[in-house]
Ligand binder design. Structure first.
Ligand code: FES
Ligand code: FES
Length: 169
């Protein structure tokens, strides 16, 4: 069958098997290998992409279901303000170690900040609950997303952590 969608803002017309998973289409046909596969139980979130700006685990979605949709992967995170803020914040808060979960985490964080520019810590944890990390213990990732929200809106109160760090600079 043939489907038409956009992937990272580029229009595609793609021949695919009806039962093919989106993650395989992205990785094997489009070579977007930043979409990771970390499990075979739909639990890890390493394969998270955005479909019409909402998170989706691409191992749980048929490629055919993205007919007419806009799909974004980590490779397509444009150099806009949200991306820039997230990159800086993950760096400053040590929001990654091995980096395997990071593309999925960043996509989930991006979807959150697109929908909720001023998230509470609880909201951040809720938004990331489908993304597993075996390295960081999560707190640094949560801090990073909160800091990114602050960087995007300097009028917001600084997270305690970054205030402390700034005072030691
Ligand atoms: S690869 Fe683990 S949830 Fe998709
Ligand atoms: S940084 Fe290693 S799994 Fe998250």
């Amino acid at each position: 069958m043939q489907i038409q969608n956009t992937v990272n803002d580029a229009p595609h017309t793609i021949e695919t098997e009806p039962r093919r998973l989106l993650v395989h289409l992205l990785r094997d046909s489009l070579r977007l290998t930043g979409v990771h596969i970390g499990c075979d139980t739909s639990q890890c979130g390493a394969c998270t992409v955005l479909i019409d700006d909402k998170t989706a685990k691409s191992c749980t979605v048929l490629a055919a279901q993205t007919e007419g949709c806009s799909v974004h992967t980590i490779e397509g995170m444009s150099q806009d303000a949200i991306t820039t803020a997230l990159k800086r914040a993950f760096n400053e808060c040590h929001g990654l170690q091995c980096g395997f979960c990071t593309p999925g985490m960043l996509m989930a964080a991006r979807a959150l900040l697109l929908a909720t520019p001023h998230p509470s810590e609880e909201k951040v944890r809720e938004a990331l609950h489908g993304n597993l990390c075996r390295c960081t213990g999560y707190q640094n990732i949560v801090d990073a997303v909160l800091l990114a929200a602050t960087l995007l809106d300097p009028g917001m109160a600084q997270p305690a952590r970054s205030v402390q760090e700034a005072s030691h600079e």
